[in-house]
Design a protein around this ligand. Structure first.
Ligand SMILES: C[S@@+](CC[C@H](N)C(=O)[O-])C[C@H]1O[C@@H](n2cnc3c(N)ncnc32)[C@H](O)[C@@H]1O
Length: 334
């Protein structure tokens, strides 16, 4: 599993909560045993993992040439007599330093060149990427962990975190977080929908909803910035986001919340929204502060007191654009 640099220990502890045994770890990755049998997908995914490669093969060599030869052999053995007729995916990744990422790309290029020479039809059907689904996708996936080491797998899953492009019009960099959350949820607000944005100022998240044509009720005592401030579809309420309640019989479409408060306060507020079915979809950012992330996750995933009971879909992720934070995204049960 890959993760953000500096979060290896947290990820190792997180996988242990699913009965997996962390075996080793390095900069931006954790190797654990028995991923095939664990049930993290039903519980919102692994929060601190980015890409997950299953049943990895450890390849160690010093030269690029030997590595790509070995890898080609491993790949051909895996294919056996199987005939590839559909498009398939491959991806070389690395979470280490810039140089290692560059090295992974060199390996990818060289390996692909060799594949093209040996099996041009198979190479022609190749697509670069890791499937982002709830089940593992098949292909060739390589996680380069050092200049002489890589883990190779034929089954991988991307949990969707990715770097987003900044919109120069957006009032804040928080905008990147909401864009990433829309991408992971594979849903975003649209024309005719209503969004409540708690802790909205200066307006990055509201901007993400407004530019898609939704109406936004922005709740924050602080000021909004342009172009959100005077947008015709914004209603700015200078009120307390924690006690704000949606009035009306019908649930609103989206609840967004990026309030600077403790995880306990935000989770308890979110649970009220979910239990009253006051919204259909939600994106909520939790600032971890000094809290133990694993204790926060345990609270969120608690079968009785957590979010799962209310959610049709739930993703709990540390986003690419999150710092000491995690983000909850989901759709509530009808
Ligand atoms: C991280 S900022 C939000 C950034 C915003 N999502 C954006 O994209 O620009 C947190 C906001 O929460 C607001 N906030 C904190 N406590 C609040 C409360 N009890 N009620 C309303 N707003 C609150 C702060 O005023 C601040 O504007």
């Amino acid at each position: 599993m890959t993760c953000k640099e500096g979060f290896e220990k947290v990820l190792a502890r997180e996988v242990m909560t699913y009965g997996l045994t962390p075996e080793s770890q390095g900069q931006g990755w954790v190797l654990a045993k028995e991923i095939g049998t664990c049930s993290f997908q039903e519980a919102g995914g692994l929060c601190f993992a980015i890409d997950i490669l299953k049943d990895v093969i450890d390849i160690r060599t010093t030269s690029v040439n030997t590595f790509t030869d070995n890898l080609l052999e491993v790949f051909l053995t895996h294919l056996g007599t199987r005939r590839i007729i559909d498009p398939w995916t491959f991806r070389f990744i690395s979470c280490g330093k810039e140089q290692l990422i560059h090295h992974a790309l060199t390996l990818q290029e060289r390996w692909f060149e060799k594949l093209r020479k040996k099996m041009s039809r198979v190479a022609h059907l190749a697509k670069n990427g890791i499937p982002q689904r709830t089940v593992f996708g098949e292909g060739l996936f390589v996680c380069v962990t050092d200049f002489n080491q890589a883990y190779v797998s034929f089954h991988a899953l991307s949990q969707g975190q990715q770097r987003m492009k900044m919109d120069p019009q957006a009032p804040s960099r928080s905008y990147l977080k909401i864009e990433e959350a829309f991408h992971i949820l594979d849903r975003c607000p649209k024309e005719g929908e209503t969004v409540i944005d708690l802790g909205a100022a200066p307006g990055g998240w509201s901007h993400g909803a407004l530019k898609r044509g939704a109406m936004v009720i922005a709740v924050d005592n602080g000021p909004l910035r342009e172009p959100v401030k005077s947008h015709p579809k914004i209603n700015h309420l200078q009120a307390d986001a924690l006690t704000y309640q949606h009035q009306g019989q019908q649930p609103i479409d989206w609840l967004l919340c990026d309030v600077l408060e403790t995880p306990e306060i935000i989770i308890s507020m979110l649970l009220k929204w979910l239990s009253r079915k006051s919204c259909r979809l939600f994106i909520v950012n939790l600032k971890l502060g000094r809290r133990d992330p694993i204790a926060v996750l345990a609270h969120l995933r608690d079968p009785q007191k957590g979010l799962l009971a209310y959610c049709q879909t739930l993703y709990i992720r540390q986003l690419y654009h999150d710092r000491e934070e995690i983000t909850l995204m989901g759709e509530i049960k009808k």
